[in-house]
Design a protein around this ligand. Structure first.
Ligand code: 5GP
Length: 201
């Protein structure tokens, strides 16, 4: 069986990576989206178990101590992490896996999964990013400023990703990811079946 494709999708808050991922999963329902754990409080409209598993600081400590996370990172004072067990199961089943995580976590995943594809979702402009963050209406002015500061730090890391997708429209963003996945599947690391078949003595 060929392996599933592991994808990391990063990008500044407000660049629209969540929307792109949601739409991609809708069109490719067999892809496994890693649901992260976080110790931050839910925003209005966020559902526990769907957007995140919202857990206490103590439970986060326990997950780290029990080696239950593939990676974790601090973002604006709160920890976020990717639970290991469901991802390993999905990989075992040959499913594609998406992590929607920030750049420090992305680098940690790359160390463990160098065959993955690392995609950075960029906003078309900085002004647009600011407007989108302000327009969410779910955060204080200080929180928005923190996210903008964080965004400029993340944009510094952008060149280290394998692909940069500018999110001008969701349709274009999803299409770009589909093309990346299609070409990633052609790499030798993803084609064990044909390699073994043709090299059989
Ligand atoms: P937000 O608070 O906007 O939901 O997320 C803040 C940042 O944390 C986003 O860039 C998001 O992609 C990232 N993030 C979400 N889950 C994880 C995770 O499990 N690990 C890491 N490293 N970052 C995460």
């Amino acid at each position: 069986m060929n392996k599933g494709q592991l994808m990391v999708i990063s990008g500044p808050s407000g660049a629209g990576k969540g929307t792109i991922c949601t739409e991609y999963i809708k069109r490719h329902p067999d892809t496994f989206l890693s649901v992260s754990v976080t110790e931050r409080a839910p925003r209005p409209g966020e559902i526990d178990g769907v957007h995140y598993n919202f857990i206490s600081k103590e439970d986060f400590d326990k997950l780290i101590a029990n080696d239950g996370l593939i990676e974790w990172a601090v973002y604006n004072g709160n920890r976020y992490g990717s639970p290991k067990a469901p991802v390993l199961k999905a990989i075992e089943e040959g499913r594609d896996v998406i992590f929607e995580i920030e750049v420090v976590g992305g680098a940690a995943v790359r160390q463990q999964y160098p065959d993955g594809v690392y995609i950075f979702i960029a906003p078309p402009s900085l002004e647009g990013l600011r407007e989108r963050l302000a327009g969410r209406n779910t955060e204080t002015v200080q929180q928005i400023e923190n996210r903008l500061a964080k965004a400029s730090a993340e944009l510094e890391i952008m060149p280290h990703y394998d692909y940069i997708v500018v999110n001008d429209t969701v349709e274009n963003g999803v299409k770009a990811i589909e093309e990346i996945v299609a070409s990633a599947r052609l790499r030798p690391s993803q084609q064990q079946e044909i390699i073994e078949k043709l090299q059989k003595k």
